[in-house]
Each structure stands twice: as C-alpha cells, then as structure tokens.
Design a protein around this ligand. Structure first.
Ligand code: NDP
Length: 277
C-alpha cells in the first residue's frame, strides 16, 4: 500500500485512501500552494466544499500542477443553505464552474438538513445519473439519517464523511457504514491537533518512531476508513503522507479505540440539522 493506493466504492469508482483536506485553508495562494505541494508529494485526492470558498484555488492548483485531471480524485459538497432540489442542482453547477471542471469524483450532502436532505439527495441522484459526479455520498449522517435515506432512495451513498478520531469512535455508525457498503471517511482525523496530547498516543508514536499525526492516520486506515488530513505546511503535508512503512498492532488499535469519550470538535449533526433546517 502507498499514498496512491485506492479502495473501490460501492459503484466501482476508486478513491485514494488518503487525501488533502482544505477546510480553513485561505482561498487564493495558501490553498493553491498546499494543493500543489500535495500533488507534488504524490497525493491524488483533494477534499473541498462550496462552504470553504476555495474550490477555485483547488482547480487552479490542479491545472498548474500538470497532473492529469483523471488522476486526481476531487470531492466537493453542497452547503446547507443551498439544500433542496433546485437549489442543490444550481449549487453543483456553481461548484463545477469554480473548480473549472466538467465532473467531480464525489459530491456530498454536507450536513443532513431537516426537511431538505431528501430533496437534496434527489438532486444528487440526478447529477450522478447524468454522469457529472462519478459518485455521490453524504457527510455527517447518523444511523437514523442513513436509514431514512435507504427508505426513500435506491442509491446507497458511496461515502459517509464524518468526524472520526479515537476520541469520537461512533462504533455503531462505523459498523453501519461497513455493513451497508458505505465507505466511512474521516474528517478532523488529527483532532485539529486539539485533543491529541495524550500519553497513549505518545507511547504508541514513540514505539514506532512516528508522530502523533501518523499514528492517528494509520489508525484510520487500519479501520478501513479513508482519511483527509488538512495542512497548509509542506513538511506536515509530507509527514501526513508517510503512513505506509509501519503497522499498529491489534493491541495498539484497541488502546486507541479505548480513548473514545464521544467528544466532538465540530457540531452535533442533529443540532446542525435543526439549526439550519
Ligand atoms: P485535521 O484534523 O485534519 O487538522 C488540521 C489541523 O491540524 C490544522 O490546524 C493543521 O495546521 C494541523 N496539522 C496538520 N497536520 C499536522 C501535523 N502533522 N502536525 C501538527 N499539526 C498538524 O482537521 P480538519 O477539520 O481540517 O479536517 C480535515 C479535513 O476534513 C478538512 O480540511 C475538510 O476537508 C474535511 N472536513 C469536513 C467536514 C464536514 O463536515 N464534512 C468538517 C470538517 C472538516 P496547519 O494547516 O497550520 O499545518
């Protein structure tokens, strides 16, 4: 396995296990530079969103890199205030225009907004059927949201992108996704460097002569979870890609799992669904 290794989604489209996240990367030179470094270092997967306002910089970086469009997996997402059928279709057109692309590899419903999410999903189904997104999926969906979707749609989301790190395991959700062919994808896999000051993580990192970041990202991969760490620093982007020359033992995986305390960095999906609904 290496940085360009991929896993097949439920429709056969392949996604690289590791991507670069660009949430809170400044639109303009900061994002463009980060994406160019990532591509130069061998990343082939970029995770953006309309909400991040840096789709244009991602598109520019890809063009400037000289890497072929079909070699890079690009994800973007429909933001909460653009949910609903017509609104989501229009938002998708804007995202394509900003990215300067004809298709995206993965289009996600960013949050499960109440009263809107099913109509939004219908728009994504249309986009998928038209071949303008190679795969469609959801983000921040809990089990009850996924069950509701299954009742109303024949297309199973290819991905569920959720907050995921040892302090927020959400085992039931992880198992649901695995059992239903929905690829679990980790956002804030590094806890935004906020929660990882922990003796268990440090002991495991020391044992492998690896960093905290590398331990947490390796934990994702060994759980079968696609991961998208964000950094705008070249050395960190590189560090976050060096995950393929060590392996956590079953015991270490269990010790990391045991750090779970249901602690979120980001919003609770049910609250977000209501606030923005
Ligand atoms: P991460 O857990 O990836 O952490 C990013 C933070 O950690 C940044 O402050 C970065 O700083 C720092 N960092 C990165 N690498 C290292 C390192 N090796 N050592 C020390 N510090 C490091 O958080 P994100 O919330 O950004 O999540 C990753 C991606 O997931 C996002 O960028 C976005 O694409 C996606 N996401 C999706 C959400 C959703 O609702 N679907 C919500 C949130 C994120 P610096 O940049 O200064 O190096």
């Amino acid at each position: 396995m290496n940085l360009q290794s991929k896993v097949a989604l439920n429709n056969g489209v392949e996604i690289p296990w590791v991507g670069l996240g660009v949430f809170q990367s400044e639109p303009g030179p900061e994002t463009q530079q980060a994406v160019e470094w990532a591509l130069e270092l061998g990343y082939r997967h970029i995770d953006t969103a309309a909400f991040y306002q840096n789709e244009e910089s991602v598109g520019r970086a890809l063009k400037a890199s000289g890497v072929r469009r079909d070699e890079v997996f690009v994800t973007t997402k429909v933001w909460n205030n653009n949910q609903g059928y017509d609104e989501a279709l229009a938002a998708f057109d804007r995202s394509l225009k900003n990215l300067g692309m004809d298709t995206v590899d993965l289009y996600l419903v960013h949050w499960p907004i109440e009263k809107k999410r099913l109509q939004t999903w219908k728009a994504l189904e249309k986009i998928y059927e038209e071949g303008r997104a190679r795969a469609i999926g959801v983000s921040n969906f809990l089990v009850h949201h996924l069950e509701e979707l299954a009742e109303h749609s024949g297309i199973v989301p290819a991905v569920n992108q959720v907050e995921f790190h040892p302090f927020l395991l959400q085992k039931e959700l992880l198992d649901y996704d695995h059992e239903h062919g929905i690829r679990h994808e980790a956002w804030s896999p590094l806890t935004r460097a906020r929660l990882w000051d922990d003796p268990v993580i440090d002991r495991i990192a020391a044992a492998h002569e690896k960093s905290r970041a590398q331990v947490l990202l390796r934990w994702d991969l060994q759980h079968g979870v696609v991961t998208i760490p964000k950094s705008v620093h070249r050395d960190r982007i590189e560090e976050n890609s060096k995950l393929f020359d060590f392996e956590l033992t079953d015991g270490e995986m269990a010790q990391l799992d045991a750090l779970d305390r249901s602690e979120r960095i980001g919003p609770d999906p049910d609250q977000m669904a209501r606030q923005s609904g």
